[in-house]
Write a protein that binds this ligand. Structure first.
Ligand code: 4H6
Length: 248
């Protein structure tokens, strides 16, 4: 997958490029990231890329031209079909389903706004999709762009290995993961649930599903409204709920 990033702060991205699975994916050439800085396309003496808003008001607005030219340069570089994405608080709030859909693109150009955002004419005429990472305000689109890249890279086949398919299973079911444990079996007086140490794979599978359902019911009941449970799943959740109610 290829990303062209339009940003006045390309250095911010070193935090994700240098570490973890993004770094690994770049080394494996599964992932390529290139930058275009609107300042390089500013025709003003001081390389400025912002100006006062028409109609007055506080703050500055990013000029259309430097961003337009930066996008053109990125398009010329990649040549192939590419979608232009704008990260903004006004975009559609993205979820894992949206990520899976976006991951079908080979190339994406991510436009990172600063100041109070970009001249609307650029968004209307040059942007294909506007996305938000959540209902809160950041000082720039760079962090949302990094969030999007991280989400996309980990669903590219061959980046995560085996873990991924398992993880996708639980997410495609729209459930939270069950609790996880590792060595030691006992720490202070805290124990690992007996079933997980039993070696009985059928029982363990049931336990995992039950606790996946139970966790979702306890922490994110809104997710349960979107799915229909099988008879077996209903039974397991009921068992979990009865045990939980006895404890409190
Ligand atoms: C575009 C337009 C995305 C980008 C305006 C971006 C939150 C998200 C930005 C702005 C972002 C998100 C600049 C408007 C600062 C408010 C950059 N914030 N803003 N939720 N900020 O995905 O002032």
């Amino acid at each position: 997958m290829w990303f062209g990033i339009i940003t006045i702060f390309p250095e911010m991205f070193s935090s994700i490029i240098k570490f973890g699975i993004i770094n690994k994916a770049i080394k494996k050439t599964i992932l390529q990231i290139n930058f275009w800085n609107p300042r390089d396309y500013s025709k003003k003496k001081n390389r400025s890329v912002d100006d006062y808003p028409y109609g007055g008001g506080v703050g500055m607005i990013m000029n259309i031209e430097p961003i337009y030219l930066a996008i053109q340069a990125a398009k010329c570089f990649i040549k192939n079909k590419t979608k232009i994405i704008y990260l903004s608080p006004q975009g559609k709030k993205m979820n894992q389903k949206d990520i899976l859909k976006l991951s079908l693109n080979r190339n994406l150009i991510l436009v990172c706004g600063r100041y109070k955002g970009i001249d609307e004419r650029l968004i209307k005429n040059c942007v294909d999709e506007e996305w938000s990472i959540g209902d809160y305000i950041l000082s720039g689109g760079e962090l949302p762009a990094m969030v999007l890249i991280d989400c996309l890279v980990r669903v590219i086949p061959g980046v995560l290995g085996k873990i991924q398919s398992a993880e996708e299973d639980s997410f495609s079911k729209n459930l939270l993961e069950h609790s996880q444990y590792t060595r030691p079996k006992k720490f202070l007086n805290y124990n690992v649930p007996d079933i997980l140490l039993s070696g009985n794979h059928a029982k363990i599978k049931k336990w995992k599903l039950k606790h996946s359902l139970g966790k979702t019911w306890k922490k994110r009941p809104d997710l349960l409204k979107n799915i229909t449970l099988t008879k077996e799943e209903k039974k397991l959740l009921l068992e979990y709920q009865n045990k939980y109610k006895k404890k409190i």
